[in-house]
Write a protein that binds this ligand. Structure first.
Ligand SMILES: Nc1ncnc2c1ncn2[C@@H]1O[C@H](COP(=O)(O)OP(=O)(O)O)[C@@H](O)[C@H]1O
Ligand SMILES: [Mg+2]
Length: 537
């Protein structure tokens, strides 16, 4: 079942070779990998167009002269003319690499030549030529190459890929949550602490195996044994239906004042109020810090209510003569007291209130233990997503910065993996003020994450939802079935036209992967989640 390289014509793209095979041979699928052998060189190729079936009477692009040339080439390789004269299969394949004397792939500065014989690449040849990350066993596996011919080629995550961050984009139902789960399993196998933000909820059943999965495996609810991959559930909601979850205690004094302000004054015309509030909150926080006093959101709102504009102006600006605008301050006070403005999870659980004793409350430092830590943020708290996230990411960075100080006991602090499902809610805030503060915060944390060994995975429905300053730092791009093609072209500059054409036809779990450090774009059949995902009732 070999393909034979035929002559170029003057229009041939030089990254492409033209191949023909016998009409009666089994067809070779688009994206399959080939090894091209000639007397002098070996090349690694990928099929770039689906088979075209040519007969002697085919019109352009094959005039009768080149068709005759093909026929004689094929004949020279031992096929009888009669067998193939009626039907020839034609392919184009992209040259990915030349294989050097040591068997390593290199950038090809020459092309394979007419008459070279092409065979399907073996599993070893594919792994070697693509330079795919290799796991010890199947623990780091997230899927396998789709349409790699006969060979099964596992696709694994590794620490380097996680630390260089991942973007997953695909419309609803494309398989993002299943993939996030398996990335969590891989990260757990590497000993990381994983923090998974669950918005839907999709991730409340990871303590059960997924019976449909090929590599079925549950996380354990027992968090005492560090060798078990354990799962722990947290929530921001006092009435979360998952009785296993601990309620997270979020203190206003730990929050970023700008994002707090943008969350309370979230409507497009409230930017001035947000700015004032951030300003006053920052001042109030340092006033309390100087006195070593803790404070709550209620202390801050009373402070604003109890002081006149003149007094507040004086605290903020001294005797410079600058004053707070009365209309803005009036609106600020009115809105600050409106129900639903301040997210309910802020300072909502004083230790004296045991919430019926049903569940414990816990602080944010707890979520950095090894294994999977799922944090549920309900739709009702969607506006607080960015606010809570900024709090958590700052804590994460602080913990990892301490861990990498010279002399620190690093063994106590695992590498972190932060998985943000349905992340667009962060980037789509109505107010420009909140959007800028939240995306600026996230971009900065992601940039810092690489050296701190905090890996980020950002999952969204369209690659275009992610602002460029964030997208630029996500070095692996994974695309499932996707609606907006022009956005996709932008997000995946290495994409080939044939692949782009396929992106809206992908099945659930089929994804294009532009993996950090890996030659060539991959089409991957992702595995079903090892543990069970939550199905909506
Ligand atoms: N790797 C996969 N292989 C086969 N089917 C899958 C795969 N991943 C997901 N699916 C199917 O697609 C559905 C949606 O998957 P999900 O991960 O929830 O998508 P998303 O999070 O993108 O909305 C699942 O219920 C499952 O039936
Ligand atoms: Mg999902």
């Amino acid at each position: 079942m070999s393909l034979i390289q035929i002559a170029d014509d003057q229009n041939t793209d030089t990254s492409i070779v033209r191949l023909v095979g016998k009409g009666e041979d089994p067809l070779i699928p688009l994206f399959a990998y080939l090894i091209s052998n000639s007397e002098t060189h070996r090349f690694f190729l990928q099929v770039a167009t689906a088979n075209r079936n040519l007969s002697r009477f085919s019109p352009n692009p094959f005039d009768s002269i080149s068709l005759n040339q093909m026929l004689s080439l094929v004949e020279n390789r031992g096929y009888s003319r009669d067998a193939i004269v009626a039907n020839i299969t034609y392919y184009e394949a992209k040259i990915e690499a030349i294989i050097n004397k040591e068997g390593r792939p290199e950038t090809p500065f020459i092309r394979p030549t007419t008459g070279a014989i092409n065979e399907l690449a073996s599993t070893e040849e594919i792994i070697n030529c693509l330079e795919l990350p290799q796991g010890q066993d199947s623990d780091f596996r997230i899927g396998k190459l789709a349409r790699s011919g006969e060979s099964e080629v596992a696709i694994n995550a590794d620490g380097r890929i996680l630390n260089h961050h991942i973007l997953i984009a695909g419309s609803t139902g494309s398989g993002k949550s299943h993939l996030l789960s398996n990335l969590a399993h891989a990260a757990a196998a590497m000993g990381r602490a994983i923090i998974l933000f669950d918005h839907k909820p999709d991730h409340q059943n990871h303590h059960e195996p997924n019976p449909d999965a090929q590599f079925s495996q549950a996380f354990s609810l027992d968090t005492r044994d560090p060798n078990e991959h354990s799962v722990h559930y947290y929530t921001l909601d006092a009435d979360d239906p998952n009785t296993r979850s601990d309620i997270l205690d979020v203190r206003a004094q730990d929050l970023n004042p700008e994002i707090l302000a943008g969350t309370i004054f979230y409507k497009p015309n409230e930017d001035n109020q947000a700015e004032y509030f951030a300003h006053i909150a920052t001042h109030f926080a340092s006033y309390c810090a100087d006195r070593d006093e803790n404070w709550t959101i209620r202390d801050l709102t009373s402070y604003i209510r109890d002081n006149s504009n003149a007094a507040l102006s004086n605290f903020l600006y001294g005797s410079s003569g600058t004053t707070l605008h009365k209309g803005t301050m009036d609106a600020l006070q009115r809105r600050m007291d409106m129900p639903g403005r301040i997210p309910l999870f802020i300072d909502s659980h004083p230790p004296s209130n045991a919430l019926g004793g049903r569940r414990g409350t816990t602080n944010i430092g707890q979520v950095f233990r090894p294994g999977l830590n799922v944090i549920r943020i309900s739709e009702g708290n969607a506006r607080g997503y960015a606010l809570f996230l900024s709090n958590l990411l700052q804590s994460a960075a602080a913990i990892r910065s301490n861990a990498i100080q010279p002399g620190a006991n690093v063994s106590n602090v695992p590498d972190l993996e932060i998985l943000i499902d349905e992340a667009s809610d962060i980037f789509k805030a109505d107010s420009r003020y909140l959007r800028d503060a939240a995306t600026g915060m996230l971009a900065e944390q992601i940039r810092k994450g690489r050296s701190l060994h905090i890996g980020y995975v950002i999952a969204v429905q369209s690659a275009g939802d992610v602002p460029e300053n964030i997208r630029n730092n996500l070095n692996t791009t994974i695309i499932g079935r996707h609606r907006n093609m022009s956005v996709l072209r932008e997000a995946l500059p290495t994409v080939k036209p044939a692949m782009l054409e396929q992106a809206d036809k992908l099945n659930p779990g089929e994804m294009f992967v532009d993996m950090f450090g890996v030659r060539s774009l991959l089409l991957v059949q992702m595995d079903l989640s090892r543990s069970r995902l939550t199905v909506a009732e």
